[in-house]
Design a protein around this ligand. Structure first.
Ligand SMILES: Cc1cc2nc3c(=O)[nH]c(=O)nc-3n(C[C@H](O)[C@H](O)[C@H](O)COP(=O)(O)OP(=O)(O)OC[C@H]3O[C@@H](n4cnc5c(N)ncnc54)[C@H](O)[C@@H]3O)c2cc1C
Length: 481
């Protein structure tokens, strides 16, 4: 039998590995169940995880920008179900503004300003039809397919740059991967359970945080309501997780070991896929297959600050390049009620294009982006920006991408296995373990809540109920929630 974990002062009832939304909400849940002997182990120096803000801009003209999550996606209709992130944002007085994705938008192409809003509207309709097509497949219990197949089935076959960028805005800009890379059924789940009240979703509106304390403010403030300083360990990078029948031993990069009765890892799917954290013994084959079968999308915002604003007055702009995905979506922060006077505009790229620019130098990317702006505004001499920045989520060993995505060919039992505990002691939570809300902040929230509740039961009673898993998946069962 394996040796018992060492008895030391470094022993906790529960170790929460990672201090993002899932970790913080798991900790709050343990606290509410009267369990205080837990420790959040976090590699960075603050809580929040992929809620990451940064002061950006020239000296004397700095503003807080969001490198990671920025929106509360799906809010609430009347007294219907509320997104729990909205509830926390309200509780902690977060400043957020309504995003108007469909009306506050202008369009450009390689000739400069070009009105193709009618094409854009068709892409909006096609996306709605795509989710209906996918929903019908769930009803009929048919097999999954890619969203590209789904689009083709409803007759949406974008060919021109205008059509491609319009589809991109409705699809890749949300999923951080292409329709080819994404499951038809699961992508419509992700849409409906968040945005469609008739399917149990919150609402179809989105609130953009422009809070100068950072979007992370809501969750850091929540953490302050129950956490004491000795319940967090910062600057602590987990290297190895040894999981035994009677406990877990975590080894940090500096060689420190901490043991516990239970551990929850909340690291991103990308971190787990990339072996940035090692498991001893290695995770069983069913778990490894599941982790390697889901995918991680990358979503990259490229920020520029200029002395004077020369761009559009709407919230959004599309740029149609002949190459699909080349600096296609632009957002204006220099707006009344946003960050007025900030001189900040930013572009977003996703998926393979994000990986491409992460491999380039900042100055190379800046030159490309300025070139696109020059194309969009042919009658303006684009000035030198006073500040430029973009984060590299894909190469960051603490994330390895931005959020998870569900590819076609990844079947429901595999997702069950992503979520399942290994043995009685090692548990998993985070946005990627959420079947209904993968990718979203509220997915991380609900997973922290659920796994925290299950572990609290384990701590309080002799019997500990495991989550179901499938040892060997021989056929894909229908997609059911
Ligand atoms: C660019 C971008 C845009 C996004 N936009 C939105 C949005 O608008 N709305 C929305 O709802 N969601 C959005 N998301 C997704 C959202 O941010 C995530 O779903 C959510 O923050 C995930 O929380 P989590 O607790 O599961 O994981 P994380 O926040 O990743 O928490 C895990 C923690 O583990 C830590 N960690 C990793 N490795 C180690 C290690 N070896 N040792 C110790 N600690 C470690 C990390 O530092 C991190 O703090 C976005 C994400 C990104 C990156």
């Amino acid at each position: 039998p394996p040796p018992p974990p060492p008895l030391s002062s470094n022993h906790k009832s529960v170790l929460i590995l990672g201090g993002g939304v899932a970790g913080i909400i798991a900790a709050r849940t343990l606290h509410e169940h009267g369990i205080h002997d837990f420790l959040i182990v976090e590699a960075r120096t603050e809580l929040g995880g992929r809620l990451r803000s940064k002061r950006f801009g020239a000296d004397g003209r700095q503003a807080t920008i969001e490198l990671g999550a920025n929106w509360i996606q799906g809010t609430q209709v009347g007294d219907g179900p509320a997104n729990p992130i909205l509830a926390l944002a309200r509780k902690h007085g977060l400043k957020a503004v309504e995003s108007d994705f469909y009306e506050s938008i202008v369009t450009y192409d390689e000739t400069g300003p070009a009105d193709y809003l009618d094409t854009f509207q068709k892409a909006v309709d096609s996306y709605t039809n795509l989710t209906i097509e996918a929903g019908a497949r769930v009803q009929r219990q048919t097999v999954d397919s890619t969203c590209r197949t789904g689009y083709s089935m409803i007759g949406a076959k974008p060919k021109t740059p205008h059509e491609m960028v319009s589809e991109y805005y409705m699809f890749d800009w949300e999923y951080a991967q292409t329709p080819e890379q994404t499951s038809l059924i699961a992508s419509s789940w992700a849409n409906n359970f968040t945005y469609d009240p008739s399917e149990g979703g919150f609402s179809d509106s989105n609130l953009l945080s422009v809070d100068q304390r950072g979007f992370k403010h809501f969750v850091q403030s929540e953490a302050r309501t129950f956490l004491s300083p000795d319940q967090t360990l910062f600057n602590a990078t987990v290297r190895t997780i040894t999981h035994l029948d009677n406990g877990v031993i975590v080894t940090l990069a500096d060689g420190t070991t901490i043991s516990s009765d239970y551990a929850i890892t909340t690291f991103s799917l990308g971190v787990l896929q990339n072996d940035d954290v090692l498991f001893d013994p290695p995770l069983p084959a069913w778990k490894q297959e599941a982790i390697q079968s889901m995918t991680m999308g990358t979503y990259t915002k490229i920020f520029l600050q200029f002395e004077d604003k020369f761009w559009f007055d709407t919230q959004f702009a599309l740029y149609a390049d002949t190459e699909r995905g080349r600096y296609p979506v632009w957002q204006n922060l220099d707006l009344k009620n946003f960050i007025p006077g900030s001189g900040i505009v930013f572009a977003t790229v996703t998926g393979d294009y994000s990986e491409r620019i992460e491999a380039m130098s900042d100055s190379e990317v800046k030159a490309e982006v300025l070139d696109v702006l020059q194309t969009m505004f042919p009658n303006t001499t684009i000035p030198t920006p006073t500040a430029f920045f973009f984060p590299r989520w894909f190469s960051d060993p603490l994330y390895r991408g931005s959020y998870s995505n569900w590819p076609s060919g990844f079947v429901s039992p595999q997702h069950k296995n992503v979520r399942a505990n290994v043995g009685k002691r090692l548990w998993f939570a985070g946005e990627g373990t959420s079947q209904k809300y993968f990718g979203f902040l509220h997915g991380a929230y609900f997973e922290g809540l659920d796994i925290g509740t299950k572990i609290a039961k384990c701590v309080h009673s002799a019997t500990c109920e495991s989550l179901p898993f499938v040892e060997e998946i021989t056929n894909g069962t229908p997609y059911l929630v």
